[in-house]
Design a protein around this ligand. Structure first.
Ligand code: PLZ
Length: 458
C-alpha cells in the first residue's frame, strides 16, 4: 500500500523556483519601473511589436510572474502556451546550464550532436501512431508549418494546401496566407503565397451544432469542388484552434477529414504548435479522437521557452525532401534540444497530462457556474489547460469584443494575466502553466468572477 502523499499542486505551495505562489500587488499596474521601461521600449522597439500588458517581467516560476516593481501576477497565459512545465523549471535550467557550458552551437548541418537526435527519437515515440517516423527540427512554429508544407509538396508532387476558417498558422509569407484573420496578422502585408484554399470548420457554438461527420462532409464537398483532391498536397488543421478562439471541432470531424485525406493521397497535417505537449490533457490534441496525422507540427510547449519547433511524421513522407532541402542555421539548436529533453522528462515524470485534466475539471466547473448566472458568456470550451469563454451581448450570440477587452484589462489591473483571441476578438482564453496550484487557479477565477460582476450592464 502506498501512503497518501499530499500533492503540492493542491495544497497552496508557498514558493516555487524561489517565487512566492501568491497574487500580491505592491504598486498600481504598471508600476513606476515598468512605466520607465515602457517609455524606453517605445523609443527603441518597432511599433509593430505590441504587448498585451505594459508590465516588464523580472522572474517567474510555478503559476506566478513577478514584475520589475515586485508585483506578483497570476499567470494564465504561459507566454502563449509555452511554459507548460513552468517557468525556469528546474530540470530545464540544469540541462541548459550544462549544455551552454559544453558548447552553444555547431550547426547540426555542419557537425551534428546527440541532443538533436534524442529529441527526434522522443518526438517519434510520443506523437500519435506507431508507424515508422522521422523528425526535423526548426526554430519557430511558423517555420515548422512552412516546412511541413514543403515536405507534403515534395512527397505528393502537388501544390495546393487547404486550411480552415479562423485558422492561425504564423506570420511568415506562406503562413500569413494560411492564417485567416486580417487584423493584425495580414493587414497591408500582401501579396500572399498562392495555392492556399480555405474550407469551413466545425464550430459547434456557431454552426447550429452541426455534427462532426456532417461538418466534415461540408468541408470535403467544398474542397473537391473548388480545389480537387488531385491538386491537393496537404490539409493543415489545428485539432483545437489557438488564436482562432479555442474552437474544438465536433466529435468525428477530425477523423472524417483524416480518413478522406488517406483515401485521396493527401497529407493530413496537424498543427499542434499550441495544443501539443500535454496542454489539452493528452500528450497531443489529436489523441483525444485517436487521429493519427501523417505529419504533426509542434513548438511552444516542446522546450519550456527555448525556441524550438519540429515536424514529425511518416518516414516515407518525411524522407521525400532531398538531402539539403530542409534545414537552417539554428534549427535544433543544442540549448533548445537540451531544454526539450528536460521538458519531456518533466511532463512524463510529473504526470502533467493528468494535471491538465484536473485543471480542465476545475476551470470548467467554475466557468460553467459563471455562465449559468451570466448570459454574456455564450460558450465555455476547450480541453485540458486550454480553456476559453466566448463573450456575447447578453442573451444573443452577437460577439462582444468590447466586453472582452474590458474584462481582460480589469483582470490585468488586478494582477491576473489572461489573453484574448478569436476572429471577432470576443474570446477570453486561459493557458495556465500545468504546475500552477489549485489555490492560485481558484483565486484567479475569483478575480474574474468579480470582474464580470463589476462590469454588469455597464
Ligand atoms: N500555429 C497553432 O498557435 C503561434 C502567435 C502569437 P510561432 N501562436 C501564437 C502572435 O501574435 O504571433 C502559432 C500557433 C499555431 C503556428 C503558430 C506560429 O508559431 O512560433 O509564433 O511562429
Amino acid at each position: 500500500m502506498t501512503a497518501t502523499v499530499e500533492n503540492p499542486l493542491h495544497s497552496g505551495t508557498t514558493s516555487v523556483e524561489g517565487v512566492a505562489q501568491e497574487r500580491r500587488l505592491v504598486t498600481e499596474l504598471p508600476g513606476p519601473r515598468s512605466v520607465e521601461l515602457m517609455a524606453r521600449k517605445q523609443a527603441a522597439v518597432a511599433a509593430g511589436v505590441g504587448t498585451t500588458l505594459p508590465v516588464f517581467a523580472a522572474r517567474a516560476g510555478g503559476g506566478v510572474l513577478v514584475d520589475v516593481d515586485g508585483n506578483h501576477l497570476i499567470d494564465l497565459g504561459s507566454g502563449i502556451a509555452v511554459t507548460t512545465v513552468g517557468n525556469a523549471a528546474p530540470r530545464i535550467v540544469a540541462a541548459v546550464q550544462e549544455q551552454v557550458a559544453a558548447f552553444t552551437h555547431t550547426c547540426f548541418m555542419v557537425t551534428p550532436y546527440d541532443g538533436y537526435v534524442a529529441v527526434a527519437e522522443a518526438l517519434n515515440r510520443l506523437t500519435p501512431g506507431d508507424h515508422e517516423k522521422r523528425s526535423a527540427l526548426f526554430n519557430s512554429g511558423a517555420e515548422a508549418v512552412e516546412n511541413a508544407v514543403k515536405i507534403a509538396r515534395a512527397h505528393t508532387k502537388r501544390q495546393a494546401v487547404v486550411v480552415f476558417d479562423h485558422a492561425y498558422h504564423g506570420r511568415t509569407n506562406l503562413t500569413m496566407a494560411m492564417t485567416a484573420k486580417n487584423m493584425p496578422y495580414k493587414h497591408g502585408f500582401g501579396p500572399f503565397a498562392s495555392e492556399v484554399y480555405r474550407a469551413p470548420l466545425s464550430y459547434p457554438y456557431r454552426d447550429g451544432g452541426l455534427d462532426g461527420a456532417t461538418a466534415a462532409r461540408r468541408a470535403i464537398t467544398q474542397i473537391e469542388a473548388q480545389v480537387g483532391a488531385d491538386n491537393l498536397a496537404a490539409v493543415v488543421i489545428e485539432p483545437v484552434q489557438g488564436e482562432g478562439g479555442f474552437i474544438t471541432p465536433a466529435e468525428g470531424f477530425l477523423p472524417a477529414l483524416a480518413a478522406w485525406c488517406r483515401e485521396n493521397g493527401v497529407v493530413f497535417v496537424a498543427d499542434e504548435v499550441q495544443s501539443g505537449f500535454a496542454r489539452t490533457g493528452a500528450m497531443f490534441a489529436s489523441d483525444h479522437e485517436g487521429v493519427v496525422p501523417d505529419l504533426i507540427v509542434t513548438a511552444k510547449g516542446i522546450a519550456g521557452g527555448l525556441p524550438l519547433s519540429a515536424v514529425t511524421g511518416r518516414a516515407e513522407i518525411m524522407d521525400a525532401a532531398h538531402a539539403g532541402g530542409l534545414g537552417g542555421t539554428y534549427g535544433g539548436n543544442p540549448l533548445a534540444c537540451a531544454a526539450a529533453l528536460a521538458a519531456i522528462e518533466t511532463i512524463e515524470a510529473d504526470g502533467l497530462v493528468a494535471r491538465a485534466q484536473e485543471i480542465e475539471a476545475l476551470m470548467k466547473r467554475r466557468l460553467g457556474a459563471l455562465q449559468e448566472r451570466d448570459s454574456r458568456i455564450g460558450d465555455v470550451r476547450g480541453r485540458g489547460a486550454m480553456i476559453a469563454v466566448e463573450l456575447v451581448k447578453a442573451g444573443t450570440d452577437e460577439p462582444d469584443p468590447a466586453l472582452t477587452k474590458a474584462v481582460a484589462a480589469a483582470a490585468h489591473a488586478q494582477g491576473v494575466i489572461v489573453l484574448t483571441c478569436g476572429t471577432y476578438g470576443n474570446v477570453l482564453r486561459f493557458l495556465p502553466p500545468l504546475v500552477i496550484g489549485d489555490a492560485l487557479l481558484e483565486e484567479a477565477l475569483d478575480v474574474l468572477e468579480g470582474v464580470f460582476a463589476s462590469l454588469a450592464s455597464a
